[in-house]
Structure formats: C-alpha cells, structure tokens
Design a binder for this molecule. Structure first.
Ligand code: FAD
Length: 447
C-alpha cells in the first residue's frame, strides 16, 4: 500500500462515489475523492432532491383548489416562483454541506477539482497534480444528452430548470421519459402552458402500459398538450426573445423555454484509454458483477455504468464495491425487483415485471386490477381515477409485478415492494386484513 499516495481515489462525489468513499474509509482505507462541481452529485444538486421539492410545491395548486370542497375558505392564491426556487436552492446547499461533513467525518480527503484517469494507478487533477492510487473508482454519473439540431443552445435541460429567472408562460419539453413527464407536471401545476413533444407515440417506455396510459389520459385531461411523432428539428429565436420550435409532422410551436429531456449519457471523457478501460455498446463503462472495469485496478459504479440510473442503485453499488474490496465482506447488487417511481400528478410507481414482460417470460399470467377514485378525490370533485395492478405467476401464485398510479403511489409501493421482493404470493396479500379506509387497502382486496 505504501507504494501509492492513497488506497482509493474516487472520481465524482455523487450518490455512488460518496457512499463508496465513506464505507471504504470506514474499513480503514486511505481515501481521496475529486468533485468538479458540487458535493452530492446529480441527486442532491440537480436531480431527485430539488425535483421532489418542486413536485411538492406544484401539488399545492391542486390541494388549495380541493381544500375549498373541504370547507376551507381559500382566497385566490398566487404562486411566486422565485420564493420556491430560492428556498429549494438553499435546501440543496444544506444537504450538500451535510454530504461534505460526512466525508470529512470519515477522514476522506475531498479535492474540489476535475480529475481524469492517467494510468491504471494514476489520476491527474485539473491543477496538474498527479495522485497515485491502489484502486480507482469512477463514479462520474451521466449528463443530459441533447440532440444535435440547429438552435440547440437556446434550449435548457433539467440542470438549468432549477435556476430559471422566471416561470415560462409557455414551455416545450422534448422527451417522454420520467424527467420529461415530471417537469411537465411541475410546470403545468405552476400555471405554464406545457407542450410535451415526443418522436414516438409512447410515453414512459418500460413502464406498465395500462398505468402509463392512465397518466397520459389524466395529464391530457388536465391540459398538458402531448404531440406525438414530433421529433424536434430546429429552435429559432425571435426578435422579441421568444422561441419557435420546429418539429416533424406538426406546426411550429411558439414558446418561451424549450427543455431537453431526451436522455442521459454516461460521463466517460476521462482519459480511460490510458488504462485500457473499455466502454460497452451503450457508451457506458463496461463492468463485471463486482463493478470491475476491463482494467484490474479500476472500478465503476452508478450512472456511468448505465445499469439502472437511480440513486439507490448507485448507492448500493458503491457500498458493494467498498465492502468487497476493503471490508472483506464480498457481496453483489441484486437488480431484480428494483422499485421506481414517476413523480407526476398523480404519481406512478412500480416494481417487478410489467404485464407484457411477464407474458413474454411466462406465456400466460394472472392480472388483477383495482380501478378506483380515491375517497379524497370523490369529495373534492376531482375526476381522477387511481389504478393498481398486480401481475401474478400462473402456477405458483407468486406476485411478479405491482404497478400503480394514484395519490401517494410511490409511498405505498415502497412498502409493498418488500412483499414482492420477498417473493410473496397473491394469497399472502389476500390473507392480510385491509387497513380501512386507505387507498393502499386495495392491494389486499384485488379479486
Ligand atoms: P452523480 O450523482 O451524477 O454524481 C457524479 C458526480 O461526479 C457529479 O457530482 C459530477 O459533478 C462529478 N464528476 C463528473 N465528472 C467528474 C470529473 N472528471 N472529475 C470530478 N468530478 C466529476 N434517481 C432516483 O433514484 N430518484 C429520483 O427521483 C431521481 N430524479 C432525478 C431527476 C433528475 C432531473 C435527474 C437528472 C436525475 C434523477 N435521478 C433520480 C437519477 C439520479 O440522480 C442518479 O441516478 C444518481 O445521481 C446517480 O449517481 P452517481 O453517483 O452515478 O452520479
């Protein structure tokens, strides 16, 4: 070990990198971590955390309207974007500093600089300094992938959405994944006129068909304009500062802001060739089941490996890496039944196989659904139906997948995901007495 400056050098202080470095240091390793932007990474600085806070802020639009039906005299309310934006950014700074303290408390040296690989055991910092390490962990994450079209520089991505000077009156969002749909919901609730443009006619590819169809129906009903087979071709800036978005098969769309939510690309511009670290066919760092790259001393975790681009997955990978290499406790991440959510209005959540994937795998499957209007929505006069769906193995009765859309769906699904992960049967759900009156009781009442 004495031959190297540190035992572990981590590039990127996001979800995966911070977890790996503090656990490795806890196992007694000498650890340094480089961060070129802000400690906390995408999730804390410009992902899950500020996004969820905006989702909470946005949902007050519906809560305030519904409150009147519950007897509250709510005067006409105005929304002030700058207040929410600044409060959210302050909270982001608070959480980021906690991450910094965690690193310091675990004696991880934080180097606030860009770092790249300079060989199997060497990292080069932006300042020109080289640090040698027995192991290098790449945890650089991913960045928005923007289509190469004329006028692309007039557009923003989710990175900039958190910093807007003012709320756009009209916003066009390109993309149809979870980030596109979440921001469509956020801006719509704040009062922007939202158009979501998508090059195919499928939103939220990979999520259960019936659930995503329900979101499309509810979102369209609320006034979000979906344009399909509408590939973005060009953005033009007009003299008054507004934008005109040219899309295939549709009239040009005038707007104030264009947001690209067209996918995220692993950040691999890191001198990887100096250590023969190979990329896979998706442009992500190729790793084995123990997160090892094609170079024996270099590992990678999180979005840069493009397995499942979610924070809890990056954290688990960082933990498994550190325990395996430095803690003499080898273990691997189990990618089966990873729950995920879309924080739309209403939100969606799911775990396990969708109906179509289950049919592909098992031929026939049993499907149970509950299509209902939440009690609160009934009194509020909100014509918005929730849908819960359970996909069950045809012979063993094991629950293969659970998918839902409705108020608090992600909160409910996290608990139910434990049962799915544990391999429980539909009968086990049926044997559980309902907790009444809740929405979640539908999970044990599906017949
Ligand atoms: P990151 O967290 O991206 O961290 C990588 C870090 O490396 C960054 O801080 C970066 O600045 C730094 N870096 C990069 N290159 C270098 C270099 N050369 N030198 C030094 N530092 C470098 N996931 C969820 O689970 N739930 C959600 O609700 C959710 N919402 C999201 C919303 C948005 C808008 C976005 C964009 C993402 C969201 N995600 C969500 C995904 C989640 O943020 C990522 O999966 C997670 O952050 C990945 O962690 P990571 O450690 O791989 O990378």
């Amino acid at each position: 070990m004495a031959d190297y400056d540190v035992d572990l050098f981590v590039i990127g202080a996001g979800s995966g990198g911070v977890r790996a470095s503090r656990i490795a240091a806890g196992h007694g390793a000498k650890v340094a971590i480089a961060e070129e932007y802000r400690v906390g990474g995408t999730c804390v600085i410009r992902g899950c955390v500020p996004k969820k806070l905006l989702v909470y802020g946005a949902h007050f639009a519906e809560d305030l309207a519904d409150a009147r039906r519950f007897g509250w005299k709510v005067p006409d309310c105005e929304f002030d974007w700058k207040t929410l934006r600044d409060n959210v950014l302050a909270e982001v700074s608070r959480v980021s500093s906690i991450y910094g303290e965690t690193l310091a408390n675990n004696k991880v040296e934080l180097i606030q600089e860009r770092a790249i690989v300079a060989g199997p055991h060497a990292v080069k910092l932006a300042s020109g300094r080289t640090v040698t390490a027995k192991y290098i962990l790449i945890a650089t994450g991913a960045k928005p992938d923007i289509p190469d079209i004329p006028g692309k520089t007039y557009g923003i991505t989710s990175n900039e959405a958190f910093h807007l000077d003012e709320l756009p009156k009209r916003i066009v969002i390109a993309g149809a994944g979870y980030i596109a749909n979440e921001f469509a919901g956020i801006f719509h609730e704040f009062g922007s006129q939202v158009t979501l443009i998508n090059r195919t006619d499928v939103i939220l590819r990979g999520y259960d068909e019936q659930i995503r169809d329900r979101l499309l129906q509810i979102s369209s009903g609320k006034g979000i304009d979906f344009k399909f087979h509408a590939e973005i071709q060009k953005i033009e800036k007009k003299e008054d500062g507004s934008l005109l978005v040219h899309v295939a098969n549709h009239d040009p769309l005038p707007c104030d802001v264009v947001m690209f939510a067209t996918g995220r690309r692993p950040l691999t511009d890191l001198g990887l060739e100096t250590a023969d670290v190979a990329l896979n066919d998706k442009g992500a760092i190729k790793v084995d089941d123990d997160n090892k790259s094609t170079c024996d001393s270099i590992y990678a975790v999180g979005d840069v490996t493009d397995r499942i681009q979610l924070t809890p997955v990056a954290i688990r990978e960082g933990q498994a890496f550190a325990d395996t290499i430095f803690g003499n406790k080898p273990h691997r991440v189990d990618y089966d039944n990873v729950p995920s959510a879309v924080f739309s209005h209403p939100p969606m959540a799911g775990v396990g196989l969708t109906e179509s994937r289950a049919r592909k795998k098992y031929g026939s499957v049993k499907v149970f659904t509950s299509d209902f209007r939440a009690m609160k929505n009934v009194l509020a006069g909100r014509n918005e139906r929730a849908l819960y769906k359970m996909v069950v193995h045809p012979d063993t009765d094991v629950v293969l997948g659970l998918h839902m859309i409705g108020p608090d769906a992600p909160e409910i699904l996290q608990a139910a995901a434990i049962a799915v992960k544990a391999g429980l049967t539909k009968q086990a759900f049926d044997d559980t007495i309902a907790l009444h009156p809740t929405m979640a009781e539908e999970l044990v009442l599906m017949r």
